[in-house]
Design a protein around this ligand. Structure first.
Ligand code: ZN
Length: 326
C-alpha cells in the first residue's frame, strides 16, 4: 500500500467514524471536533511511519551474502552472491544492491528472482591479508571478511637502453574507455577457451625489474601465446566487439587491437594482431575467428597478448578457463 492511498483510506475511515471534516455536520461541538482531528492526526502519522519502515524493508533488504572462492589468491576474481527478501517490481533500480571492497563500489546483476551477483577483481598489486566485502541494499548493509592469499609471481629483468614506443594518448584514451565498459547483459556462457593454439610464453602476473629496479606498478596484465604471424585468434567467449584499433591510426604501443565486451563488466583485449577480421558492433561466438597473431605495436616477436578484465582490472584468466563463472 502506498502512503497516498493510506491517506485516502484514513480519510474515508475518519468519515465512517464521523470524525472527518466532511462529516462535520454540526452534531459535534467544536472542541470535540478539534480533539478528534488531533487524535486522528497522531494515529495517521503513526501508521504512516510504521508503513514507511515496512515499505523500505520490503524493497531489497539483504538476507545473505556468500563469496566464492572462500580462500582467494592474488589475481582471482571473487563472486559475491546476494540473496534479498523481496524486490520492488516498480523500482528495479532501488532493488539492485551494490558491493564495496577496498573503498570501491561494484555493480550487481540479477541472476534469479531476489538473487544478485557481483564480480570483484583482485590483482598482484593488492595487499594480501584480511579484507572486507560490504553489500549495500536499502536495509542494513551486510559484511563478510575474506583472507586474500599471497602468491609468488615469476619475475623478469629488463634492461632498457632507450627507444621504443610509449604509446599515444589516442590509444590510451580508447583502451581506458573500453576497460570502463559495464553492460548489464551477460554474453558469455560457461568456461572460457584459449584464444590461440600457441604455447603460453608469459603467464599472467609476471613482475619486472627494470635496469635492476623492481617495478612496483607493473605486472603482466594478461597471457602471451607464442604463435606464428597469421595464425588464428578466436574469441575465448561470446561477446560484442566494442573496440577496433589499428597501428596506422595511432595504436603504436598495442598495435592492431580488438576489444570484446563479454557483459557485466567482463572484457577481453587482444593486441599485436597482424590482421583484424571483425568490426565494432559485431557479435562473436565462442571459438569464432576474429583476427590473426602478429607483432604490430611494441612487440619483440609474433605473439598474442590476451588481457581479461573484470570491472576495469586485469585478472588471472586461469579460473575463467578451468572453472568458469556462471
Ligand atoms: Zn603480454
Amino acid at each position: 500500500m502506498s502512503i497516498s492511498s493510506l491517506h485516502r483510506l484514513l480519510g474515508r475511515l475518519s468519515c465512517l467514524g464521523g470524525l472527518g471534516e466532511q462529516c462535520w455536520n454540526g452534531w459535534m461541538g467544536w472542541k470535540q471536533w478539534l480533539w478528534a482531528q488531533r487524535r486522528w492526526g497522531i494515529v495517521s502519522l503513526a501508521i504512516v511511519t510504521l508503513l514507511s519502515v515496512l515499505n523500505s524493508a520490503a524493497v531489497s533488504s539483504i538476507v545473505s551474502l556468500q563469496a566464492s572462492p572462500t580462500n582467494p589468491q592474488l589475481g582471482d576474481t571473487i563472486s559475491v552472491f546476494i540473496q534479498t527478501d523481496a524486490t520492488d517490481e516498480a523500482q528495479p533500480d532501488a532493488a539492485q544492491p551494490t558491493v564495496v571492497m577496498n573503498q570501491k563500489t561494484y555493480p550487481t546483476f540479477a541472476i534469479a528472482p531476489h538473487q544478485f551477483r557481483a564480480l570483484l577483481p583482485t590483482t598482484p598489486l593488492d595487499r594480501p591479508g584480511q579484507f572486507r566485502i560490504q553489500v549495500n541494499g536499502t536495509g542494513e548493509p551486510k559484511t563478510t571478511a575474506l583472507q586474500l592469499r599471497d602468491r609468488d609471481f615469476p619475475t623478469q629483468s629488463i634492461w632498457l637502453s632507450g627507444g621504443g614506443s610509449d604509446g599515444t594518448d589516442y590509444e590510451f584514451d580508447k583502451v581506458d574507455a573500453f576497460k570502463a565498459i559495464v553492460s548489464p547483459e551477460k554474453f558469455w556462457n560457461g568456461k572460457f577457451q584459449r584464444p590461440s593454439q600457441g604455447e603460453i610464453s608469459t603467464v599472467y602476473g609476471v613482475r619486472r625489474y627494470y635496469n635492476g629496479e623492481f617495478a612496483q606498478d607493473y605486472f603482466h596484465r594478461g597471457v602471451d601465446y607464442a604463435a606464428g604471424t597469421g595464425s588464428p585468434v578466436v574469441a575465448p567467449a561470446a561477446g560484442k566487439v566494442v573496440l577496433v584499433g589499428r597501428e596506422a591510426d595511432g595504436f603504436t604501443l598495442h598495435g592492431n587491437t580488438i576489444g570484446v565486451d563479454h557483459g557485466q563488466g567482463v572484457t577481453s583485449i587482444f593486441i599485436h594482431l597482424s590482421r583484424i577480421d571483425v568490426k565494432e558492433g559485431d557479435f562473436v561466438q565462442i571459438g569464432q575467428p576474429i583476427g590473426a597473431v602478429g607483432s604490430t605495436g611494441a612487440a619483440t616477436g609474433p605473439h598474442l597478448h590476451w588481457g581479461l578484465y573484470v570491472n576495469g582490472q586485469s585478472v588471472d584468466p586461469v579460473p575463467w578457463r578451468y572453472n568458469g563463472f556462471e
